[in-house]
Design a binder for this molecule. Structure first.
Ligand code: ATP
Length: 241
């Protein structure tokens, strides 16, 4: 008998409206523990709305979100974050005038000893940040700031990170830094839901993929089944870079 692990995240019939306009309709999918899901789709398909609904920033009008067996539908962003689901939105989410170390220390409210252990763990995952711990975050490169933002998110020991367009506006070398950072987070046991403009890179990173189109799931499956034909059918050539 094979026993399949229960999903880390189970989304059922999720529906979100902005006024009269449907941004998401009946979206259903699972994220298994320690896996990576790429969410792709053209502009306005509902990708960011999905991220925002999962992290409690917009209330769904229907459907459920169950995280680690707990129904978190309609919970506050803070409660969802504390449950272990962390949303890294577009933009860097670091304090530019504070040092790398101060940024990390501020990311957790736990006592001194546990905080020091969490900072050490962050430095183990991202040795580049240890070297720059006394540097102001605003002087880091874009990719390094994303690395710091991810390190801050990992301070609370999340089970799932939603990475929403982390490579937006970054030079190709810095995009490499972001993907490598996410790879390290995965190696540390964290599942990743990735929204990414570079579709083929996201497919190279993730195990599963779902394509949104006008708020609905148009395609879902393993990334090994998502070839160039799928990318050009749903995304056009521009996003398949
Ligand atoms: P992009 O790739 O351009 O970021 P997306 O796939 O993330 O797009 P969303 O930003 O989720 O798409 O938008 C889904 C739909 O909801 C779009 O039609 C958008 O215009 C609409 N929308 C998004 N935010 C709001 C809002 N605050 N109020 C009203 N409509 C909104």
């Amino acid at each position: 008998m094979t026993v399949t692990a229960p999903p880390l995240l189970a989304v059922r019939d999720l529906t979100v409206r902005y006024g009269a306009a449907h941004a998401l309709r009946d979206v259903t999918f699972d994220v298994p523990p320690n896996s990576a899901l790429a969410v792709l789709g053209p502009n306005g398909a509902g990708k960011s709305t999905l991220a925002r609904a999962l992290s409690g920033l917009v209330p769904p009008v229907a459907g459920t979100v169950v995280f680690e067996g707990r129904d978190v539908t309609g919970s506050t962003p803070d409660a969802i974050r504390r449950a272990g689901l962390v949303h890294l939105p577009e933009g860097r989410g670091v304090f530019p005038s504070l040092t790398v170390m101060e940024n990390l220390r501020m990311a957790t409210a736990c006592d001194r000893r546990r905080r020091a252990a969490a900072v050490d763990r962050a430095f183990e995952i991202f040795p580049a940040l240890r070297e720059r711990q006394r540097q102001a975050a605003g002087t880091l490169s874009g990719g390094e700031q994303q690395m710091l933002s991810l390190a801050r998110a990992l301070m609370v020991d999340p089970r799932l990170v939603i990475a929403d367009e982390l490579s937006l506006g970054l030079a190709p070398k810095m995009v490499d830094v972001v993907f490598e950072s996410l790879r390290r987070a995965r190696a540390a046991g964290v599942a990743v839901l990735m929204i990414e403009q570079f579709a083929s890179r996201a497919l190279g990173f993730a195990d599963h993929c779902l394509v949104l189109q006008r708020g609905r799931i148009a395609w879902s499956g393993g990334t090994d089944e998502a070839g160039p034909e799928l990318l050009s059918r749903y995304l056009g050539d521009a996003t398949a870079a």
